[in-house]
Design a binder for this molecule. Structure first.
Ligand code: SF4
Length: 548
């Protein structure tokens, strides 16, 4: 047991002060104004058993101590301010009443640099359930915000402000779990299948949680969550949004329904399931790009190729690639709107047929072959942008395409289209605004933190994972959720998401910002302050403790 926990055990919860940083083991505040009705009303939407869950006696976050174990205690880690019964957790399951002491139930995740310790190159492999106390190079250890706790309403310093020496420079990392009402997820679904029209609403549990936004190259995009959905559409919609976002960011599958569109099963890092079908390949490119890539391989073996695509359908003999290769015009006349030679828009409606269109019969987009240019016996290959759908035709004496067996040499080309398609994946970027009161846990002068981040003096990480901080005002960041440690994301039923965030900077920068100098702990102090779980850092991530 560590010293701090022991100290916690001797305090029966009556002496917590506003200036005291929140730690894993907090004394109980006994003089809060009750908001029991509000908390239980919200809790019933989160957990039908509004008294929370039983405390796991094996939780690595449980302190081995005893307060007044017969009384319910008040959690002040978020605006809900749950009363928590003995042996239970609050509405979010993050805090519990362990022997009368308010306890953050999860251990703090500590990253260990993998490569220099010879550990297996496995992202976030658990090394040990707690810090062993061994002496390591300070530069090889990083305390993350995952499991660190929150300091709502940010009138006090962040849970951990850790100093350590990196390459001879005194660095400070400020570690906390932010409560984000302004947050959401941008979801990239690698598919050419139609999931729903842009601006269509996306539903979870029958509630609106986001919308389909502009498609990207080979991918459909969703924008989920955001403050409007969390707070502006009523409590049920807010909580449904919150639950969907937490599961999605935690790497769990969620099922959503697009208005007048598909049912989607989405899981970060996995292939999407669209209307019950696993979509395994993203397209090789648009129809025009496919013509460019494969024109020279098709030219010797077929007279005309049409690559069917929802956005840009390509026609070999008209396309610049075909012209440069000297391919004879076929006289084909397609439906749709010709953009430039060999590139057609709007040949059909979006759908789950050929190339992300609603086509089941590709010939339905061929109006005719011009008699002055086409000839009987002309060969035609039609193929989708994934190579999943294809057909081969030969013109008869009336210049009407007739189905014919696909020659082996063209089968190879179709197979090549397919083999050049990348596996599909669902990518989830969590996006949140950390430019509000959270900054007060870092410095008494919040805007200077924003300025420091903007000037690249301060590095922002999320559970040790790299973030992209948007230009402009505030500290609005995105992070790939698959690069964050397990269990990084939680919720409070206000509703809002909870996510780790760390600010790392040279100590002299921190002090110049007006940082909370009196709350700085050495790395050793931080590691022995609370229960930890030590994991190897994801080798894909840049080491988060390096100087900005
Ligand atoms: S929801 Fe969680 S963080 Fe908020 S008061 Fe309840 S237990 Fe504490």
């Amino acid at each position: 047991m560590n010293e701090s926990t022991k100290n916690g055990s001797t305090n029966n919860g009556s002496t917590n002060t506003a200036s005291e940083p929140a730690r894993r083991t907090q004394p109980i505040q006994a003089d809060h104004t009750p908001t029991e009705q509000f908390a239980s009303e919200l809790a019933e939407y989160v957990d039908p058993n509004s008294t929370g869950s039983p405390v796991d006696p094996n939780s690595t976050g449980s302190p081995e101590n005893s307060g007044d174990s017969d009384v319910k205690i008040r959690c002040d880690a978020c605006p809900i301010r749950c009363f928590i019964l003995p042996g239970r957790t609050g509405s979010c399951d993050r805090y519990g009443n362990v022997d009368g002491v308010l306890t953050r139930m999860d251990p703090v995740t500590v990253l260990q640099r993998a490569t220099e310790r010879g550990a297996d190159v496995v992202p976030f492999a658990l090394v040990s359930d707690s810090w062993s106390g061994e002496v390591v190079r300070q530069a090889d250890v990083f305390v993350t915000g995952t499991g660190s706790g929150t300091t709502y309403p940010d009138y006090k310093p962040a849970p951990f402000i850790v100093s350590q020496e990196v390459d001879g420079i005194d660095m400070v990392t400020v570690v906390t779990e932010g409560i984000f009402s302004y947050c959401g997820a941008k979801v990239k679904i690698d598919t050419d299948r139609h999931v729903g029209a842009e601006r269509s609403l996306v539903y979870s549990e029958g509630e609106e949680i986001g919308h389909v936004t502009t498609a990207e190259y080979g991918s459909q995009m969703l924008s989920l969550g955001g403050v409007h959905h969390l707070t502006g559409l009523g409590r049920k919609a807010g909580l449904a949004t919150m639950r969907a976002l937490v599961d999605l960011c935690a790497g769990k599958p969620i099922t959503v329904q697009v208005e007048d569109g598909a049912e989607l099963v989405l899981q970060a890092g996995s292939a999407p399931i669209i209307d019950g079908v696993v979509d395994e390949r993203m397209r090789v490119g648009c129809g025009s790009a496919a013509i460019g890539m494969f024109a020279s391989q098709w030219a010797p073996h077929v007279d005309e190729v049409v690559v069917v695509d929802d956005h840009i359908t390509g026609v070999l003999t008209e396309h610049q690639a075909g012209v440069v290769l000297g391919i004879k015009p076929s006289g084909i006349k397609l439906k749709g709107r010709r953009s430039t030679p060999g590139r057609y828009f709007e040949i059909a409606n979006p759908g789950s047929g050929w190339g992300g269109t609603d086509l089941e019969d590709p010939l339905s987009i061929v109006q005719f072959f011009k008699p002055k240019k086409a000839w009987p016996g002309l060969t035609l290959l039609m193929v989708s942008t994934t190579g999943t759908d294809y057909a081969y035709y030969v013109l008869d004496d009336k210049l009407v395409p007739q189905p014919a067996p696909l020659p082996a040499i063209l089968q190879e080309s179709v197979d090549r289209v397919r083999s050049n398609c990348e596996p599909t994946m669902t990518s989830v970027l969590f996006m949140a605004g950390a430019g509000g009161s959270l900054r007060s846990g870092v410095t008494a002068d919040p805007v200077r933190l924003t300025q420091s981040v903007r000037a690249d003096e301060t590095l922002v990480t999320c559970g040790g994972a790299p973030t992209y901080v948007w230009p402009g005002g505030g500290i609005t960041f995105t992070v790939d959720v698959t690069r964050t440690p397990v269990d990084s994301f939680g919720y409070v039923p206000t509703p809002a998401l909870v996510a780790p965030i760390e600010f790392t900077m040279p100590r002299k920068t921190y002090l110049a910002l007006g940082g909370h100098e009196d709350s700085i702990l050495t790395l050793d102090e931080a590691l022995t302050e609370v229960p930890t779980q030590v994991v190897t850092a994801d080798p894909q991530n840049p080491w988060p403790g390096d100087r900005p």
